[in-house]
Structures are given as structure tokens and as C-alpha cells.
Design a protein around this ligand. Sequence first.
Ligand code: ACO
Length: 321
Amino acid sequence: MTLRAILTGTGSALPRTRVSNAELADRVDTSDEWIVERTGIRFRHIAEPDETTATLGAAAAKEALAAAGLEAADIGLIIVATATPDNTFPASATKVQALIGAPDCIAFDVAAVCSGFLYAVSVADSMLRTGAARHALVIGSETFSRILDWEDRTTCVLFGDGAGAVVLSAKHVDDDQGILATRLHAEGKYGDMLYVDGGPSTTGTVGHVRMQGREVFRHAVTNLASVLGEVMTEIGLSPDQIDWIVPHQANKRIIDATAKKLGLPAERVVLTVDQHANTSAASVPLALDLAMRDGRIKRGDLVVLEAMGGGFTWGAAVLRV
Ligand code: ACO
């Protein structure tokens, strides 16, 4: 028997307001055609003032708990991956803890931008397997709309708000169920290719997203294909044995190019970027929840998660659900 972190539930939450490309084109110099052709994005959800990273994260967490058949009191670890916390501190994880009514447990945030959820899953996996908790809530939640420069058409059309959550439970298994491998990377020398031009310790402001799109695109395809290869090699399987890949939903062209590099057909790729745009740390758990709920991903499937984001940071995880 092996002690593993098993996926026992998923959930998600989206802000009430959905904005189409055409609606965006009323306020920014852009067009539906340009956005669809370059990114595959058609809609994004934008948070209203009463919707925050913590409230969206808590809503997703409640769904994931219900799917796992657990109560908030069962949770021993809460990790929120976010680059857009409600406050500089306390951590959004502690806010989620209070909102869902979870008693004293371990709760903290992880900051790795779009790959934050992969980082959080990897940390939770390690903590569950060393006995720090029996059940963990791992949440990716973002309100990127709050840090977008709505005058900058090269970035503001790309992002959306939302949250996704999973429950991971430590369990002794005698098969290959659960998280089988995770791999994380960071290369800080590329920090100025995708960053926010503000922060508490520099400008004292929140700042706005700045990006060199072409460079990000180039690095994303190379790094994602490479890290996917690493996790598959680690478990001794080849990419053609993957049932589903749930990629970070930044851009359909990045997703297509990465899948092509690995020889994976489009039918095995979960795609939500058209409906959600890039929700940063929320994008992978949001897409995972959608594909679990609509029955595409079934128990027993081999699923690979991957993401890349500012830093640069990137990572992948492979699990048998
Ligand atoms: N609407 C209309 N025109 C636009 C827009 C817009 N929203 N944005 C830029 N343009 C124009 C530019 O001004 C430029 O015009 P010009 O030729 O007259 O100068 C033209 O479109 C082409 O601009 P490029 O930046 O060269 O366009 P490109 O084909 O590189 O596409 C994009 C830009 C979509 C940002 C692409 O580079 C990309 O997807 N990069 C990856 C970025 C990404 O996904 N970041 C998310 C965070 S990182 C991550 O999650 C992996």
C-alpha cells in the first residue's frame, strides 16, 4: 500500500457578469475577430465589487467539499494560489477558511501567478504524504480584472476572473490512483517579460499587468512541452497514454502548439479559454471541474495538468483520478 494524495472533489465559481469580445470592443480599440484569431477567447467573467478572490475561492471550495462528501471541519490544510489577494495580508486562504467555517487548520497562499495552482498542488501533495493533514483544499482564485490596465489592449483582452478548487485526501492505495508526479520550475531572469508594475515594497500601489506577449508565447510552448515530458518520464509512461490534458488556459494557440509538440490529439485537451479567458491560477482547476462535471474525465483516467506564468514559473502534475 502507498500513501497518496487522491482527488476526491472539484468545484468552481465564476463572477455573475460575463463580457463578450464585442462588449469589450465598445471600450477598448479591439475587435472580436482579432481576439478570437490570436487567442481563441470569446468571453470572460469580470468580478463585481462584492465578488473578491476570497469570496469566489470560498464558493468554489464549498462545491469541492460537497463533491467530496466532506464538511469544512474535515479540512486540515487550505492553500490558495493567487496573484490578486483581497489584501496584502492576511492570506486569502485564511479568509476562505473563515468564509467556509473551517476550524483551526493550516492555511496559507502560494504566489506563482498562472502556475500557482500547480505549485499549490505539489505542496499539498507533499504535506498530505508526510501526514500534515488528511484532507486539503487547494484553490486557485483570481480577480485579475483589478490589476489590468483597461487602456492597454495588448493585455486587457486576455484575462478574466474566477476560481477553481479541489479536495485532495491522503489515502493508502494499492493501485496507481492519485497524484503520481509533480514537477515545478522557475527562472527569475525572465521576470520583466510578464509582471505587475507595482507592489507594497516598491511603489506602494497595486500596479498593472505588463507583458511582452511574443516572448511569453515562445517560452510557454517550449517550457510546457518539456515539463509534460518530464512528469511522464518520471512515471514511466508516454504522452500517448494520457487520457486528458488540462492545460493552463492562456491562449488557444499556446495550447494547440504544446499538444502538437507532444503528438496529443485535440480531442484529449480540455479547452475553456473561449469561455473564461485567462484566469491565471484559477484556470486549471476551473477547467478540471468543468470536465469532471460534464463527464469527460472519468474515474480511472490519467490526467495531466500544466501551467506557465509570470516569473517565469511553470509546472505539471500527473494523476490518476
Ligand atoms: N486588438 C487589436 N489589435 C491588437 C490588440 C488587440 N487587443 N493587441 C495588439 N494588437 C495589435 C498590435 O498593436 C499589433 O499591431 P501592429 O502590427 O500595427 O503593431 C498587432 O496587433 C500584432 O501584435 P502582436 O503583439 O505582434 O500580436 P501577436 O500575434 O503576438 O499576439 C498575443 C499577441 C495574443 C498577446 C500573443 O503574443 C500571445 O498570446 N502571447 C502569450 C501571452 C499570454 O498568453 N499571456 C498570458 C499570461 S502568460 C501565460 O499564462 C502563459
